[in-house]
Ligand binder design. Structure first.
Ligand code: S3P
Length: 441
């Protein structure tokens, strides 16, 4: 089957109510945390994407059974460190940084050596950010220059740590929190703010974790060695997937969309804050709290006359996976948009800051870069008619989605490669685009 798609037409006006894929961060956490619970957990509405399926395969390799019944996943946990690890176990995190970093936290007490590998993109990502705290706990960990493959053997003599997490990485913070579960005593993390799904899920399970919020950081205290019971959890929709439909609607004519049941955790909705600053007027309706997480329907209308934004760096972490699509909005906005301190974007599935700039230049947008700050010169009259081919973007799913939305809102004749990358996070993306009215071959 061809691994590319062709888009030759802009999308026509639409008015739709849709649901997007379930949240990837919460799906992965629900599996990993259920693997440590006592008893059978039931997870509904789990995202069935490659990153999440790799999480299921990973816990299975570590001796935790699961089965799917009537659309829900049942995970058979044996409590903390209840893994049954065989000799020469290798686990493959595929494309997922979240799975790779978080699973290391659950292996701090493993009796046998476990080898962690990943795909080409993950093998280029730096693991020093988790290797450093893991070593402080007393774990034995080997890698070549902090890249995959990594070999880890746990320890019976773990010690609680006090860790300053300065990157603002939820993967690092969560790796430390999960390591703390199996460590006697109280681990303390001073963390720059980042998504807090791990903390919220553990709180929902009544695990002894405390979060003391400060202005731009948090102090998290986790007591180790407390068992918790199996649970039921229904995963909400993913704002990072909704983001592409939000922008599709904003940049199309006379259109509107309601995206139902999306996780609107404050640490995730930077995109809504940024787009509203640009004049978007995105609304959150039917707000509710489910198991500690905030959920709502997102309502968006087309918007002509968007204006540029001077984006404060304090919003970066809450929009970290959405900047590519935010850049597209900045391209159509009036004025010069400014984004600062986006170095973390280059540490994702691809070097997204570099590639995002390459993409903007390809569609004729002027961009200036100074270190990790960029200025995007918006052009409200931007209309494309040329031919474009998107390839060699390291199979990054979010670059694939961005390209589709650009093609459907700006025009031009597009050949977009690496269609399969959508399976990483949003397998029904193209199907949903067609439901909304896109013509895609
Ligand atoms: C994630 C955290 C973010 C994000 C990634 C998912 C998570 O990475 O980019 O897609 O689920 O914890 P960092 O924590 O490294 O910033």
């Amino acid at each position: 089957m061809a691994n590319h798609i062709i888009i030759n037409n802009k999308i026509k006006s639409f008015k739709k109510i849709i649901k997007v894929s379930s949240d990837k961060s919460i799906s992965i956490r629900s599996i990993l945390i259920a693997s440590q619970a006592v008893g059978i957990s039931k997870i509904s509405n789990l995202l069935e994407s490659e990153d999440v399926l790799n999480s299921l395969k990973t816990i299975e390799k570590l001796g935790i059974n699961y089965k799917k019944k009537n659309g829900s996943y049942y995970i058979y946990g044996f409590g903390l460190n209840g893994f049954d690890i065989k000799k020469n176990t290798t686990i493959n995190a595929g494309n997922s940084g979240t799975l790779a970093r978080l699973i290391l936290g659950l292996l701090v007490k493993s009796k046998l050596k476990v080898k962690l590998i990943g795909d080409k993109s993950l093998s280029k990502r730096d693991f020093s950010r988790v290797i450093t705290p893991l070593k402080l706990f007393g774990v034995n960990i080997k890698s070549k220059n902090n890249f995959l493959p990594i070999e880890i053997i746990g320890s019976d003599y773990l010690r609680p740590i006090k860790y300053d997490e300065r990157i603002g990485s939820a993967q690092v913070k969560s790796c430390v929190i999960l390591s703390a579960l199996n460590t006697p005593g109280t681990t303390i993390i001073n963390s720059k703010k980042s998504r807090d799904h791990t903390e919220l899920m553990l709180k929902f399970l009544k695990y002894p974790i405390q979060v003391q919020k400060k202005i731009s950081s948090e102090r998290i205290l986790i007591e180790g060695l407390k068992q918790f019971k199996a649970f039921e959890y229904e995963v909400p929709g993913d704002i990072s997937s909704a983001a592409f439909f939000i922008v599709l609607t904003l940049l199309s004519k006379n259109s509107q969309i309601t995206i139902q049941n999306i996780n609107i955790n404050q640490s995730r909705i930077g995109i809504i804050r940024i787009l509203n600053r640009m004049g978007a007027n995105i609304k959150l309706k039917n707000k509710k709290i489910y198991n500690g997480e905030a959920i709502a329907d997102i309502f968006v209308k087309s918007k002509l006359n968007l204006k540029s934004v001077d984006c404060p760096a304090k919003l970066n972490s809450s929009a970290i996976d959405e900047f590519l699509i935010i850049f597209l909005v900045a391209s159509k906005a009036k004025g010069i948009s400014k984004f600062k301190d986006l170095g973390e974007m280059n540490k994702k599935e691809s070097k997204r800051l570099d590639l995002g700039i390459k993409f903007l230049k390809l569609i004729g947008i002027k961009v200036e870069r100074f270190q990790n700050d960029i200025k995007i010169y918006g052009n409200p009259n931007l209309k494309l008619s040329k031919e474009f081919e998107i390839k060699n973007f390291l199979k990054d799913h979010r670059i694939f989605f961005l390209s589709c939305i650009a093609a459907l809102t700006l025009g031009g004749k597009w050949k977009i490669n690496d269609k399969q990358s959508a399976n990483t996070s949003f397998p029904n993306f193209l199907k949903l685009l067609k439901i909304v009215g896109a013509k895609i071959n």
